[in-house]
Design a protein around this ligand. Structure first.
Ligand code: SPD
Length: 280
């Protein structure tokens, strides 16, 4: 008799997505969460945290390119970037493709995520040795609260969903601290959940960001591993509207992108009708 091993993420106790596992490469618990890396047939290596799929070798490019490039290809300046979370290194990899970026602080609360990713997901975190990157193992909420005012061009929130250690990243106090840490005109971008699978969380997140930022625009794409539903990210700045895209920035990353391009930059901001109604 053979046993098939599956890794599963359950949404609201009513919907489950499962991935067939060839081998468990890593499974340990930190004081914060359980961290697992699986080798799978369809998705390549997969990172799971506390039973939630975080990223996979096959589809991570969609998530990481969209978290980074809409902000970095339009913010007025991008020399100083802060990433909160992002311990797998995928977001930092995309940020560091931009030659204008001079320094990146990646602030991850859980050392275990960084260590497991460096060892078992080297194809995702390809920029760990970039001299512009500083990795800090500390609480992102405190880090942002302690940043000097107006010190940062872009803040990227690469978190898991708002449960467990990521919960403190989705509230008004945190977004107000981000606004304070950003230079005038600076841009915040974050993953903001699925409007289809978690409409209330999505809507509440938009509202709470709008308490601190004048321009708050969600954008959308499918990340197949995240329940195969539409996923969202959110772009925020202190302006009234989003900045126009900067073609010259795109030019310097065009060869490496698998998802993002200047047409996608505009297209992802088109909201389906049910999402517009949700946000009314
Ligand atoms: N439902 C899972 C959402 C996870 C978003 N963050 C993933 C981290 C990848 N760097």
């Amino acid at each position: 008799m053979t046993f098939d091993a599956w890794a599963s993420e359950t949404f609201d106790d009513s919907f489950r997505i499962s991935v067939k596992v060839r081998q468990t490469l890593f499974a340990e618990s930190s004081p914060y969460q359980k961290v697992e890396v699986f080798d799978t047939e369809r998705w390549g290596r997969v990172l799971m945290i506390d039973g939630l799929f975080m990223t996979s070798e096959r589809d991570e490019f969609v998530y990481h390119e969209l978290l980074t490039h809409p902000a970095l290809c339009s913010a007025p300046a991008i020399s100083r970037v802060v990433i909160i979370g992002g311990g797998d290194g995928g977001c930092a990899r995309e940020v560091l493709r931009h030659p204008e970026v001079q320094s990146v602080s990646l602030v991850e609360i859980d050392r275990l995520v960084v260590e497991a990713s460096q060892k078992f997901l080297p194809s995702i975190g390809t920029a760990w040795d970039d001299p512009r990157l500083e990795v800090r193992i500390e609480d992102g909420v405190e880090y942002i609260a302690n940043l000097p005012p107006a010190s940062t061009d872009v803040i990227l929130l690469d978190s898991s969903d708002p449960v467990g250690p990521a919960e403190g990243l989705f509230n008004a106090t945190f977004f107000a601290a981000c606004r304070r840490a950003l230079k005038p005109g600076g841009v915040l971008a974050l993953q903001s959940g699925s409007p289809f699978l978690m409409p209330k969380t999505f809507r509440d997140t938009q509202r709470v960001i709008a308490e601190s930022f004048g321009c708050v625009e969600p954008y959308f794409a499918n990340v197949p591993l995240y329940g195969s539903a539409i996923w969202s990210w959110t772009y925020a700045s202190d302006q009234a509207t989003r900045y126009p895209k900067i073609a010259q920035r795109w030019g310097s990353i065009a060869e490496t992108c698998k998802y993002y391009n200047l047409d996608i930059h505009d297209a992802v901001f088109a909201a389906p009708t049910y999402v517009r109604r949700l946000l009314r």
